[in-house]
Write a protein that binds this ligand. Structure first.
Ligand code: FES
Length: 75
């Protein structure tokens, strides 16, 4: 139980509709995703029954990571 709590703290679920964790979004970016569509293609995050309420957080993660790398975000 403590291990699960620690994992959630270190690697939170960003898209609860599709059970996608932050580490999976980061892996998608590492794999070349440069847009919300690219993240969706790689993980299915951002499109679910809630209507995509996680998209702002995914966009923020993507933008922050690309800024950190000195890259530009795609459409
Ligand atoms: S939480 Fe990501 S689509 Fe619903």
């Amino acid at each position: 139980m403590a291990d699960a709590r620690q994992k959630n703290r270190n690697d939170p679920i960003i898209c609860s509709c599709n059970n996608v964790r932050r580490s999976e979004i980061m892996a998608a970016i590492e794999g070349g995703a440069r847009s919300m569509a690219g993240i969706f293609d790689a993980t299915f995050a951002g499109c679910g029954p809630c209507g995509g309420t996680c998209q702002p957080e995914i966009t923020a993660i993507l933008g922050g990571e690309l800024a950190r790398r000195g890259q530009i975000r795609g459409k």
